[in-house]
Design a protein around this ligand. Structure first.
Ligand SMILES: C[S@@+](CC[C@H](N)C(=O)[O-])C[C@H]1O[C@@H](n2cnc3c(N)ncnc32)[C@H](O)[C@@H]1O
Length: 294
């Protein structure tokens, strides 16, 4: 079992109270709803995860049965609002700073190279499924470091998008438990984080101001007004989707890359995938591609 699967399993074990057992028809209604709206596949192995998180939310809103709650979230404005809240419960938001080190090393050498070939370019970076911001800030730190070493001003912006409004609020806040920041190298921690009296650490305002967060469903990428991206990270999200949908999402992301741009996917999240406009990076530690320059 790889690290993401272990983390997924652990997060799914965070169950507060025993859930009510679901009828088979209720389970398939909820499966269909989640897959059609957000792409997330809930197979039989994750039935308990679905039941426990639905039950927790149903208790909060005072609804006791799955069918009634289903009707509630699928109808009217109140349902749409409730759906947004429910997604905060049903999405796995585990993340870490510099979660996959080789991916950030690749990004660093890619940007250093780009400085030589396209000097003066303002970089657009994108963390797709950014959760509470750790990946997006790690991208920002990587870009800041490359520019700092070159003695250049910080000319870049990072977009962080996610389906979970709660995760995005945490990303915007940029305030983390000390334990979360432990994976950040000491010199970077000193430069890009500040201590709080309660022991937590926050991202320094200059770095935080580089990040722009927005709620975006990956099933609606075609509609997203984002294009000309220099670097896109899409890690630990595709694993929840069916293979045809992963391909579809990746094809959309290619359209969002600038010619010469870099796409970094989670290792093992998409096997045997090629795209006519992409060149694999040829570093077996990562799953990364650059877009061909016409
Ligand atoms: C496990 S986290 C990964 C965070 C980060 N990319 C990383 O690698 O550490 C997965 C994130 O994807 C988001 N997500 C799941 N389905 C999504 C969808 N259809 N559209 C946008 N974000 C989605 C979840 O809300 C969650 O924050």
């Amino acid at each position: 079992m790889d690290a993401s699967a272990v983390q997924l399993e652990r997060s799914e074990q965070r169950v507060i109270e025993p859930p009510v057992e679901m009828l088979p028809t209720e389970f398939s209604d909820w499966q269909r709803l989640l897959e059609s709206r957000v792409g997330i596949v809930i197979n039989d192995r994750r039935r308990y995860f679905l039941q426990s998180h639905l039950t927790a939310r149903m208790r909060e809103v005072g609804i006791r049965d799955y069918a009634a709650y289903y009707r509630y979230v699928t109808q009217g404005v109140d349902g749409a609002i409730e759906w947004t809240s429910l997604l905060n419960h049903l999405t796995v938001q585990f993340t870490q700073f510099f979660r996959h080190t080789p991916s950030f090393e690749v990004m660093e050498s890619y940007l250093s190279e780009r400085l030589k070939t396209s000097p003066g370019k303002v970089w657009s970076l994108w963390s797709v499924g950014c959760s509470s911001g750790e990946e997006a800030y790690s991208m920002a730190i990587t870009a800041s470091e490359v520019l700092r070493h070159a003695g250049l001003p910080e000319t870049y912006g990072v977009f962080g998008t996610d389906i979970s409004s709660e995760a995005l609020n945490r990303a915007r806040l940029g305030l983390y438990m000390a334990q979360k920041v432990q994976s950040v190298e000491a010199s970077l921690r000193k430069r890009y984080f500040q201590d709080h009296a309660d022991g937590r650490l926050s991202i320094v305002p200059a770095l935080r101001s580089r990040l722009c967060c927005a709620r975006l469903n990956m099933l609606e990428l075609a509609k997203a007004p984002l294009s000309g991206m220099d670097v896109i990270f899409c890690q630990n999200v595709l694993i929840y989707f069916r293979r045809w949908l992963r391909k579809d999402i990746l094809n959309q992301l290619v359209n969002k890359l600038t010619p010469g741009g870099l796409l970094v996917i989670g290792v093992g999240e998409m096997s045997n995938w090629t795209h006519p406009e992409l060149v694999p990076l040829g570093d077996e530690r990562v799953l990364a591609f650059t877009r061909r320059v016409a």
